[in-house]
Design a protein around this ligand. Structure first.
Ligand code: HOZ
Length: 423
């Protein structure tokens, strides 16, 4: 009996989050035992170089001493109070300093909670129901957002999940990512009915798609003109593509932002925040209700704060970007040498690659039309050679400050051998 078979006897589908089941690549998931730096150790004693990084949070690598020390020290004083504690204010101040569009913040425990709550707040604030999202973007699994969604929903072929009442789904308008004309058409038609637009400013749940010139700026302008709320979902990109997130890279100030992953440093923390006047609609100051027993949990706050303190060190992001660039440039050149068409993308500590003849990828259609079978072979070839990539062609990769020249060289060596089997 494998670990997966055992797990399936008691856990639905054998996993606690669908992409982990390897349904997107075939075979059985690898069970992890421990991790350190850039490395994972599996239950069967293998050592793998990790490019999943718990899907983004582990920007410092696993078991970073400063984060561990903060968590252990905090745990000794109590693990949850369900009452305010100072470390919540400290992390909130740090978030505001690094992302100045967040004038007020509310801590939650997962990215799904952050986006779900931000949508409710936008609807309550504007007294409107309709929301706009983009095809292939993933904003967690709450009802209004699980329509034409990316990530696991796309991987498993259920981008619009059963179980969502039609009456609710009809309020979600889904547009093609990077399609400025489609945005203009909807705003010209029904702009005054739209509560909010939610967007991944760099899409990372349909592989990695950068916003085309003018896409985010045009969204920002149309939202301001229509009096609706622009929400940047930076759960993945926040503190990951740049210190101030994608909003700093593109110099756009969203009305609300959702963050997660890095802000919890590997423990369950996420947040949403933004304009003080909008956040004032939230209970207890305003009527829009939102709450959570473990929101602002001291251990998660301590891990998040320790992580943000490390990444704000001068040159952290330039060093991280250099590593990502050398990995992704190496991968591209290996693919060219092997005669395997591959489009690559990267920003900060995040990267994507798509097996396609297209030079670059800017739409969901291009990713959907890519060579998924080739990705599956590449994934398994890399895993056999000790490299752990995300088990889906629709996810991105994450690098950490713990990845060094040795890990990158080993990864490229594995890629050279694997790519040679794909041509
Ligand atoms: N939603 C995550 C990927 N974008 C996967 C989370 C997980 O399986 O842990």
């Amino acid at each position: 009996m494998s670990h997966f078979t055992d797990a399936k006897q008691v856990i639905a589908g054998g996993v606690n989050s669908p992409v982990r089941a390897f349904a997107g690549v075939g075979g059985e998931p690898v069970f992890m035992k421990r991790a350190n730096g850039a490395w994972l150790e599996t239950e069967d004693g293998r050592h793998l170089i990790d490019y999943v990084g718990s899907w983004g949070p582990m920007i410092l690598g696993h078991s970073h001493p400063a984060v561990l020390e903060a968590v252990i020290r905090t745990a000794a004083d109590g693990m949850s109070f369900g009452a305010p504690s100072l470390i919540e204010t400290r992390l909130a101040e740090k978030v505001r300093d690094l992302m100045p569009s967040i004038e007020r913040v509310r801590m939650v425990s997962s990215g799904t909670e952050a986006t779900m709550s931000a949508i409710r707040l936008a609807r309550g604030f504007t007294s409107r129901d309709k929301i706009i999202k983009f095809e292939g973007c993933y904003h967690g699994h709450s009802d209004s957002l699980l329509i034409k969604a990316g990530s696991g929903a796309l991987t498993l072929g259920v981008p619009s999940s059963p179980g969502i009442p039609a009456g609710l789904a009809e309020h979600t308008i889904t547009l093609p990512y990077n399609d400025i004309d489609a945005i203009d058409t909807v705003f010209d038609d029904i702009g005054e009915q739209i509560a909010c637009v939610i967007v991944e400013p760099i899409a990372g749940n349909m592989n990695m798609i950068m916003p085309i010139e003018g896409f985010l700026a045009s969204l920002s302008r149309r939202c301001t003109d229509a009096g609706c709320v622009l929400i940047f979902d930076e759960v993945m990109t926040g503190f990951r593509v740049a210190l101030g997130g994608a909003q700093a890279l593109y110099d756009i100030k969203p009305d609300l932002t959702t963050i997660g992953k890095v802000v919890g440093g590997g423990l369950p923390a996420a947040a949403f925040g933004g304009r003080a006047d909008i956040m004032a609609s939230l209970a207890p100051d305003g009527p829009v209700y939102q709450a959570g027993t473990l929101s602002g949990n001291p251990l998660a706050m301590a891990a998040g704060l320790a992580t943000l303190e490390q990444i704000e060190e001068p040159n952290f992001f330039s060093a991280l970007s250099d590593k990502t660039n050398s990995l992704i440039a190496g991968l591209k050149s290996i693919a060219v040498d092997a005669g395997v068409p591959l489009a690559v993308e990267s920003q900060g500590g995040m990267f994507g690659f798509v097996f396609t003849e297209d030079d670059s990828v800017s739409s969901y259609e291009q990713v959907a039309a890519a060579d998924i079978e080739r990705f599956k072979k590449f994934f398994h070839g890399m895993l056999e050679r000790g490299i752990y990539l995300a088990p889906s062609a629709f996810e991105v990769g994450f690098i950490s400050s713990a990845h060094g020249d040795e890990e990158i060289a080993k990864t490229l060596d594995a890629a050279r051998q694997t790519m040679a089997t794909l041509a």
